[in-house]
Write a protein that binds this ligand. Structure first.
Ligand SMILES: [Zn+2]
Length: 267
């Protein structure tokens, strides 16, 4: 069931509801096609250019109805992947490609502490912090900078090693947490990496680094580019497969981030 609230024609004031959920419409000048994205826990976003009529968007949504419903069903299932992390003992966290149960330790230091052990993800919480409401937010607020710091150190280390091995050096490197891209390389030789990669196995992180470094030589995905990647990282197919198969498993990081910021739309 697709409903339109407001005027269908004209300045795009209308709001589209898909089975009761608002559809975010994102207009960018240079888009040729319509892009549809359904992301957890149930966000629907259509990206298109500045001129496409709302009626066309509605037609598109109608055509895609069963696909969208299927996605929404996947996200709404009591699937642990999409449940917000509470930072409770025993809760599983994906870090460096493995699921680690959280072990909570009360500390007297007055500081939050995080560490990845052999079998556990240790979270040290000042004993003065009440366990009730606000506990999750406080831990999450401290967890994210720690995670980011680990990720940046791991990515920088990997870039250093692979730069040397491949004889390619970036002008600079930056870190972001895009939801869909693991890395990027600009024409000017600036590399950017997704710090969520620290949740992935180290070989996947290395693969992304090799991939972006290879772009310093070939700014495309033609056979010459893949040949270079293959030369240095022959297991790139397994790494790509892992990242693809586990893309939803990184959702907990987005969820934590979103729960801390007031959700901003960045279309
Ligand atoms: Zn690429």
């Amino acid at each position: 069931m697709i409903e339109v609230l407001g005027k269908l024609q004209g300045s795009g004031q209308a709001e589209i509801l898909f089975h009761g959920r608002p559809v975010e419409i994102c207009r960018k000048p240079r888009l040729r096609r319509l892009n549809l994205k359904v992301s957890p826990p149930g966000n629907i976003r259509v990206s298109t250019n500045l001129t496409l009529q709302l009626s066309q968007i509605l037609k598109f949504l109608t055509r895609s109805e069963s696909w969208i419903l299927e996605k929404l069903k996947l996200f709404s299932e009591t699937n642990e992947t999409f449940l917000p992390k509470q930072f409770k003992p025993g809760e599983l966290f994906l870090l460096r490609g493995n699921l680690y149960p959280l072990e909570l330790v009360l500390t007297r230091s007055g500081q939050f502490d995080f560490a990845l052990g052999k079998k556990h993800f240790w979270v040290g919480v000042p004993e003065s912090i009440p366990q009730g409401e606000g506990f999750r937010r406080l831990v999450a607020k401290n967890f994210l900078p720690w995670f980011r710091e680990q990720a940046i150190a791991a990515i920088k280390g990997s870039v250093g090693r692979w730069s040397q091995a491949m004889g390619l050096e970036a002008k600079s490197i930056g870190f972001r947490s895009q939801s869909t891209r693991w890395g990027s390389c600009s024409g000017a030789g600036h590399l950017s990496f997704n710090w969520k990669l620290w949740a992935a196995p180290p070989h996947c992180l290395d693969y992304v680094v090799v991939h972006e470094l290879a772009h310093l030589k070939f700014l495309h995905h033609q056979p010459r580019f893949w040949h270079l990647v293959d030369q240095h990282f022959p297991e790139h197919r397994t790494a790509r497969r892992w990242l693809k198969d586990h893309q939803n498993d990184f959702y907990f990081l987005d969820e934590i981030k979103q729960s801390l910021n007031d959700k901003k739309s960045d279309c």
